[in-house]
Design a protein around this ligand. Structure first.
Ligand SMILES: [Zn+2]
Length: 107
């Protein structure tokens, strides 16, 4: 499943649509102060219908990838049919937002 940056394909839309969260001092979260942008990556494999996104969370101050979050916007039933997987834990990991420790292949 090759994933590509949305902003690489559609820079004008991404400039308007990319979301950033700002954490100020005393935000109540246990995170460093700063701005964190969510760079979207989508699968561009021909004939693949995985309907998933990876968010690469990049801190503006450190210009570093701080986290990768995956999310599938379809139902568990969709991913069961798509993947052939029957394990609920795996299916839930496809549908719920989850942190990833490895980066999808980029192009
Ligand atoms: Zn795909």
């Amino acid at each position: 499943m090759p994933f590509t940056f949305f902003h690489g394909e559609f820079p004008e839309i991404a400039a308007c649509e990319t979301r950033t969260i700002s954490f100020a001092a005393k935000s109540g979260f246990n995170l460093p102060v700063g701005d964190y942008s969510f760079l979207e990556m989508f699968c561009d494999e021909v004939n693949c219908d995985c309907r998933r996104v990876f968010f690469r969370v990049v801190s503006a101050s450190r210009m570093k990838c701080e986290a990768i979050v995956s999310w599938g916007w379809e139902s568990r039933a969709f991913y069961r049919k798509w993947s052939g997987q029957k394990d609920f834990k795996i299916l839930d990991s496809l549908t719920a937002p989850s942190l990833k420790w490895t980066m999808p292949k980029e192009f």
